[in-house]
Design a binder for this molecule. Structure first.
Ligand SMILES: Nc1ncnc2c1ncn2[C@@H]1O[C@H](COP(=O)(O)OP(=O)(O)OP(=O)(O)O)[C@@H](O)[C@H]1O
Length: 282
């Protein structure tokens, strides 16, 4: 479990990126932080692996304050996927995936086998293993980024707009890939995006954030879509414009917009069932 215990972050220049943010992310859940640029999403994510230290409050993983854990060791057991992929350009795909397990002392042979398995899991052909990042498409690079984040078999995955830089078709494919990975591996995932459709597709627990990482609304996609708490949320999710409503498709309740486009499937995502989610107003 990840616990943000009333964390705030004021940078040296006085910018308050995060103001008293409080959240528990239960293990094996996928939580989405949704908000527009500059609202503090990345800062929140980076506090989990100590790339940013909170000015106030604490961050706990399974009850342990991360401030007491060596940052290098901490980062080796938390997967992190960035929008840019963050791959090392001078290393092959296979070596990029293998970097963290090798640093952690896993044998070369075992690391290689695992890296090849991960390539397959993220939907890449093994023939790409010897390529360099510049020899891949943007979508392939992001898949390698996901494989690399999974390589040390972390319990936690932090994903910062990981699919933001690819075209919509590739993006949809990557999103489905992540849902499959989550169905198979059940990691604890904190996923950051400013894309409403992406948030509602992936998250069974979505936080809509205002500037300062204030929680405007937290809930399941259907709850937020159909019952936005205020004008800010309504306008941010574009609910008015899109005339969202629920229809049944393939026997699942599904959110559909005015043009008949499927926005997201509701409620029966596996990890949501046993955890009712409360709505919070800021
Ligand atoms: N190192 C820093 N020094 C000063 N201000 C910073 C620093 N890093 C971030 N900020 C500021 O903190 C606020 C939140 O930034 P953050 O990157 O967390 O937002 P975000 O929601 O992730 O935005 P984006 O989607 O554009 O990445 C912004 O006003 C940003 O300019």
């Amino acid at each position: 479990m990840i616990r943000f215990d009333h964390v705030s972050k004021r940078f040296d220049d006085g910018t308050v990126a995060v103001d008293d943010f409080d959240l528990e992310v239960e293990s094996h859940r996928l939580v989405v932080l949704l908000g527009s640029s500059g609202c503090g999403k990345t800062t929140l994510l980076r506090m989990v692996n100590r790339m940013v230290e909170p000015s106030e409050g604490r961050l706990l993983i399974d009850g342990v304050d991360v401030a007491t854990v060596d940052p290098v060791k901490l980062r080796r057991r938390i997967g992190y996927v960035m929008q840019s992929g963050g791959l090392l350009p001078h290393r092959t795909v296979i070596d990029n995936i293998a970097t963290v397990p090798r640093l952690s002392g896993t044998s070369r042979a075992a690391t290689r086998t695992r890296a090849m398995d991960l390539l397959e899991r993220v939907g890449l052909d093994s023939s790409l293993a010897r390529r360099y990042p510049t020899q891949l498409s943007g979508g392939q690079r992001q898949r390698v980024g996901v494989a690399r984040a999974l390589a040390a078999n972390p319990d936690i995955l932090l994903m910062d707009e990981p699919f933001g830089a690819v075209d919509p078709v590739v993006r949809a494919d990557l999103q489905q890939g992540l849902l499959q990975i989550q169905a198979d591996l059940a990691k604890t995932i904190v996923f950051v995006t400013h894309d409403v459709d992406e948030a509602f597709l992936l998250g069974d627990d979505v936080l809509v954030l205002r500037r300062g990482a204030h929680v405007a609304q937290r809930g399941r996609p259907d709850d937020i879509l159909l019952h936005p708490v205020d004008d800010f949320v309504s306008s941010f999710i574009g609910g008015d414009r899109r005339s969202l409503h629920v229809e049944r498709h393939d026997d699942h309740p599904t959110v559909v917009d005015a043009g008949g486009r499927l926005v997201g499937r509701l409620a029966d995502q596996p990890t949501a069932a046993s955890h009712p989610i409360v709505r919070e107003n800021s």
